[in-house]
Design a protein around this ligand. Structure first.
Ligand SMILES: Nc1ncnc2c1ncn2[C@@H]1O[C@H](COP(=O)(O)OP(=O)(O)O)[C@@H](O)[C@H]1O
Ligand SMILES: [Mg+2]
Length: 408
């Protein structure tokens, strides 16, 4: 049986959401095929392993449970988890992972950092690689790249916190020269609507920038769409083999979706668990939110969104399952790509089980298959080029200390 490391939690504002995604995924994975090995990253950065991590109840008073759990980390030099004090006489033990499923959202997990560790360790993993993950995390770079590839993004301006502190007038005129109020101000690197505000005049803009700047050094300001329809679509695959899902239209009654709306749904942080729609076991995640599936938009817009989803997936070299979020400006009748989530809440399974296309269990099988295929492809690459630089120079220098060998 393959041992699958399910990694969740993390040092990020999106820690709680990630716990829900991780526990829910563990509840839906095929236990006849896979042995589940949960790995939880606490907000303090400590890593824990153990089956008890699959009980969502323990996270309410986690600090009290800490002492009874084992600490374990993924090693950077082999596909193993090193577990402290789990062997005889408190010895360290090692467990091999066949595949890892990062269920991390936001910084320190969805942004290429964890993916880098998994690359080094040589564990096949289900998410986008370092490149796709990190581009997908930074709203500024992401928009630059989409724009460069002809995908429509809302007009925007970006700057650094220091530039704002040094010359506010300069930044304000840069924004006002390019964009009209109302505006949306966002930290470049967060998610779940944290640090985002809408500004309808200069005063509000200044406050909004201060808020965003308290979360990130990089700030993006964009045109606010007032008559807005939001539509999301999921992509699944790798390389040239990309499928797209049905489109959904999340239903929001506030100005825009807050953290609670998106992830806690009617569970409101209290009652999580129980059976939800679509034969899916366990905790409520992204799927508990109000939505229309398929999105009730004109066919041409649906076709455009599916096409953009496929293109964006390929441009960012994404892998596994992603969710791409779009904004339709109703007044203009135009579709804009807003962002990609390379590890979507609840793995966007609710977009794949529409009309029984893929059950959550089958979706998990698929992303594991993709991870294995990705790993296989990587093993075909030649990493063994022998440059002989060290030997040649050691001889030339007569065995003396090798100084500057010339740079690149
Ligand atoms: N330019 C915009 N105009 C109107 N609404 C927006 C705009 N940008 C974001 N929003 C609203 O704010 C929400 C969060 O913004 P988003 O860019 O998706 O950031 P996050 O990474 O936090 O999800 C969106 O789902 C949408 O409801
Ligand atoms: Mg979003």
């Amino acid at each position: 049986m393959k041992r699958v490391g399910i990694i969740f939690g993390g040092v990020t504002c999106e820690h709680d959401v990630s716990v829900v995604t991780g526990v829910q995924l563990a509840e839906n994975i095929d236990k006849n095929k896979y042995e589940v090995f949960p790995i939880y990253i606490h907000t303090d950065g400590e890593w824990y392993v153990g089956k008890e991590l699959l009980d969502i109840g323990i996270y309410k008073m986690f600090d009290e449970k800490k002492a009874s759990l084992k600490k374990g980390v993924i090693l950077p030099n082999k596909p193993e988890v090193m577990i402290e004090g789990s062997g005889l006489l408190g010895r360290t033990t090692y467990v091999t992972l066949d595949v890892a499923i990062p269920c991390m959202h936001g910084m320190n997990g969805e942004d290429g950092t964890l993916q880098g560790l998994l690359e080094l360790s040589g564990i096949p993993y289900t998410s986008s690689g370092v490149l796709g993950a990190s581009i997908g995390m930074d709203k500024i770079i992401m928009k630059n790249i989409f724009e460069a590839n002809g995908l429509p993004v809302l007009p925007y301006v970006y700057f650094l916190r220091d530039e704002w502190k040094e010359n506010q007038d300069n930044i304000i005129s840069k924004i006002e020269n390019k964009l009209e109020y109302p505006l949306f101000v966002k930290p470049s690197n967060l998610g779940s609507s944290i640090g985002i505000s809408k500004a309808k005049d200069r005063d509000e803009l200044m406050t909004a920038i201060e808020i965003a700047a308290s979360y990130d050094e990089r700030i993006i300001v964009e045109k606010a769409v007032e008559d807005i329809i939001e539509v999301n679509c999921s992509g699944l695959g790798r390389a040239n083999d990309i499928r797209v899902s049905v489109c959904e239209r999340p239903i929001s009654w506030h100005e825009f979706l807050t953290f609670e709306e998106k992830y806690l749904g009617d569970a409101k942080g209290g009652k999580i668990g129980g059976k939800t729609s679509g034969g899916v076991k366990g905790s409520k995640g992204m799927e508990s939110m109000g939505r229309k599936v398929p999105a009730d938009i004109p066919d041409e817009q649906t076709a455009l969104i599916k096409d953009y989803t496929k293109k964006a997936f390929k441009i960012l070299n994404a892998k596994g399952v992603v969710r791409i979020d779009f904004i339709i400006d109703n007044a203009e009748g135009k579709v804009y790509i807003n962002e990609i989530n390379t590890i979507p809440g609840s793995m966007a399974f609710y977009l794949w089980n529409f009309k029984g296309e893929l059950s959550y269990m089958e979706l998990i099988d698929k992303i594991i298959e993709i991870a294995e295929k990705e790993h296989e492809e990587k093993l075909k690459n030649n990493y063994t080029y022998n440059s002989n630089v060290i030997n040649a120079n050691a001889e030339a220098l007569g065995g003396a200390k090798i100084g500057k060998l010339g740079g690149n």
